[in-house]
Design a protein around this ligand. Structure first.
Ligand code: ATP
Length: 232
C-alpha cells in the first residue's frame, strides 16, 4: 500500500495558553485537492505553517510521502509573496530556483513564466506588478522546485474579480495536471468549486468534511452557516 502524500495524526498546537489546533488528523492523497474554510482565528494558517515546516506541532505527527518531513515536497505561498520588488519577474524566479538548488535555473524560470502566462512581462520589475500578476508570479515561485504539494494561504485576498477568476482557473488547471494542493480561503464558493474536499475548521478542529457530490457551493454555504451558528 502506498503512503498518502500527507498524513497528519492528532496534531495539536498551543501558543502558551492558546490552543490553536487540537486533534487534527488528515490524509491527503497524491493528486488530491483540499480547501480549508473557517472564521478568523480558527487555526487554518497555523495548520498550513505546520505542514510547511515553518511551525512545529506541540503534539502529534506529520508524514509527507511516508517520511517524517520532506520540505522539498512542499511549495508554500503565505500572506507575503516573498518577491523582490526590484528584481524582474524572471530574475525573481531564477533567484528562487538557485535557492532551491534547481538545475538549470534560467530554463526553469522561463518554463514557469510560460506556464503562468507571464512571459510577456518577464523583464518587468515585480514591484510594478498588479496584485493579480504578483500573485501569479508568487505561485510560480512556490512551484519552482516542482513540489508535490502546494500550500496556498488565502491567495485570493486583495484580488479584483477578473484576477480571482483567472487564479481560480489556474488552480483548476494545476489540479487537472495532477498537482495536489491545500487551499485556505474565506471564499465559500471557490472552496467548493476548486477542491475535491472541503474542511470546515472551527476553534482549531475539523468540524465538517464535505467531498464528492455533497461538495456543492450551496451545501457548503449552508453547512458553514450552521456550523458558525452553533459555534456562537
Ligand atoms: P485568519 O482567517 O484570521 O487568517 P486562521 O484561521 O488562519 O485565521 P491562525 O492564524 O492559524 O487562524 O490563528 C489561530 C489561533 O492561534 C489564533 O487565536 C491566533 O491568535 C493564534 N496564533 C497564531 N499564531 C500565533 C503566534 N505566532 N503566537 C501566538 N498566537 C498565535
Amino acid at each position: 500500500m502506498t503512503s498518502p502524500l500527507l498524513r497528519l495524526k492528532d496534531i495539536e498546537k498551543a501558543y502558551g495558553p492558546i490552543t490553536a489546533l487540537r486533534n487534527i488528523s488528515l490524509d491527503l492523497d497524491h493528486g488530491e485537492t483540499i480547501s480549508l474554510l473557517g472564521p478568523n482565528g480558527a487555526g487554518k494558517s497555523t495548520l498550513l505553517r505546520i505542514v510547511a515546516g515553518l511551525a512545529a506541532p506541540t503534539r502529534g505527527t506529520l508524514e509527507i510521502q511516508g517520511t517524517a518531513h520532506d520540505r522539498r515536497a512542499i511549495g508554500y505561498l503565505g500572506h507575503a509573496t516573498l518577491l523582490y520588488p526590484e528584481l524582474t519577474a524572471r530574475e525573481n524566479l531564477i533567484f528562487a530556483a538557485r535557492l532551491h538548488g534547481v538545475p538549470k535555473p534560467a530554463r526553469r524560470a522561463d518554463q514557469l513564466l510560460e506556464e503562468e502566462d507571464l512571459s510577456p512581462v518577464a523583464q518587468r520589475r515585480a514591484g510594478g506588478f498588479s496584485r493579480g500578476m504578483a500573485q501569479r508570479l508568487a505561485i510560480a515561485r512556490a512551484r519552482v522546485h516542482k513540489p508535490s504539494l502546494l500550500l496556498l494561504d488565502e491567495p485570493f485576498t486583495g484580488l479584483d474579480v477578473p484576477a480571482i477568476s483567472r487564479l481560480s482557473q489556474r488552480l483548476i488547471e494545476l489540479r487537472n495536471a495532477g498537482q495536489s494542493w491545500l487551499l485556505v480561503t474565506h471564499e465559500v464558493e471557490r472552496a467548493a468549486m476548486l477542491a475535491d474536499t472541503a474542511l470546515i475548521v472551527l476553534r482549531g478542529q475539523v468540524a465538517e468534511r464535505l467531498t464528492g457530490g455533497e461538495l456543492t457551493p450551496q451545501n457548503l454555504s449552508e453547512i458553514y452557516a450552521k456550523a458558525l451558528d452553533l459555534q456562537s
